[in-house]
Design a protein around this ligand. Structure first.
Ligand code: ADP
Ligand code: TRP
Length: 334
């Protein structure tokens, strides 16, 4: 099927959902946060929400969830999210998400959910096979369809969820008449997979991360612990296969990354020194953000204010969609 034409940038509505499920790392930053924040200003409206209801499928500790919800907002604010220019809110503050999710579940075929790869993968990893975990994609469809969103930028891992959202929207529109905007996924195929300290994909689940925030000593230790081959200082090194270089490159312009690659190849740069250079690049890039985060923590009540204002704005949009939906299915209206 050919994609429907997107509106011009000034009318584009872009939505990003972020699960509050642990400390953010460099993979999250370069693979998700940075590209998502770049849409603010390039689109008519950018909406970010913290998918705390989704997190309930895996996080079973109230204190942990409470902290993770707040931490992710602090992280985004520190990374440059501007509440004046975009909306951010907690999913659970806008009850229309669960209401629409229920209505959508009544048009969602079982077979569609049974094909969900992420459900199977999560169950294989040992996560309890709850009904909520199974219907996760329906809630995600509600998150998106509630806001008449045109574009949803996500990583490759979310591609199937986005396809399901489109299928559910089309199914609803076929049954009840044109009601929901069918969104276009924006899959970031080009974002390199950021390697972790062991060379595999950086991921919380592999314990190989370099955190964005938190104790500087922990970050330095993680960087100094990146696994390399055992070539000595004088030996020529291959930047293309070296995790230290692959991570360092993310901080550099194309030109500077070529210069650094040449230093690896020339020999004379030991891995210890290469890692120190990476740590300096990390501090250069994140120093100001780390400071901002510390300042925000001290601004008592600020996160709550931002999220309350965001939820009020989101609710206005969500209510309009729900009015349309309720009328179409016969739950009032007309
Ligand atoms: P984790 O694998 O640590 O649990 P998540 O699945 O919560 O990370 O990731 C949130 C988003 O961050 C993903 O949708 C993906 O786009 C991005 N992301 C995570 N890890 C990486 C990585 N190593 N490289 C690039 N992007 C990543
Ligand atoms: N499932 C997404 C993830 O794990 C989070 C998410 C929930 C989401 N609802 C969304 C992302 C709506 C984009 C749009 O990363």
């Amino acid at each position: 099927m050919s994609p429907s034409p997107l509106p011009p940038p000034q009318q584009l509505r872009v939505l990003s959902g972020i699960q509050p499920s642990g400390q953010l790392h460099l993979g999250n930053y370069f693979g998700s946060i940075k590209p998502n924040l770049e849409y603010v200003g390039k689109s008519g409206q950018s909406i970010f929400f913290v998918a705390d209801l989704h997190a309930l499928t895996t996080v079973k500790d109230a204190e942990i969830l409470r902290k993770a919800r707040q931490d992710i907002v602090l992280d985004y604010l520190a990374c440059g999210f501007d509440p004046e220019k975009a909306i951010m809110f907690y999913q659970s503050d806008v009850p229309e998400h669960t209401e629409l999710s229920w209505i959508l579940s009544t048009v969602t075929p079982m077979g569609l959910l049974e094909r969900a790869v992420s459900y199977k993968e999560k169950v294989e990893k040992g996560i309890a096979a709850s009904v909520g975990l199974f219907t996760y994609p329906v809630l995600m469809a509600a998150d998106i369809l509630l806001y008449d969103v045109n574009l949803v930028p996500v990583g490759r891992d979310q591609k199937q969820h986005l396809e399901m959202t489109r299928d559910i929207a089309i199914k609803f529109n076929n049954e009840f008449g044109e009601t929901l905007v069918v969104p276009e996924p924006m899959i970031r195929e080009d974002t390199a997979v950021v390697p972790g300290t062991d060379g595999q994909k950086m991921s919380k689940s592999y314990g190989n991360t370099i955190p964005l925030f938190g104790d500087e000593k922990v970050i330095k230790k993680a960087i100094m612990g990146i696994v390399t081959d055992s070539k000595d200082v004088a030996a020529s090194k291959d930047p293309e296969t070296c995790s230290v270089f692959k991570i360092h490159k993310l901080f550099l312009s194309e030109q500077d990354s070529k210069v650094l690659a040449d230093r690896y190849r020339a020999g004379g740069l030991g891995y210890g020194d290469a890692k120190k250079l990476l740590f300096e690049a990390y501090l250069d890039h994140f120093g100001a953000m780390r400071k901002k985060r510390e300042d925000l923590i001290r601004k008592s009540g600020f996160v709550e204010e931002v999220m309350k204002a965001g939820a009020a704005k989101a609710k206005k949009i969500a209510e309009k969609t729900m009015e349309r939906v309720r009328t179409k299915v016969g739950l009032g209206g007309m």
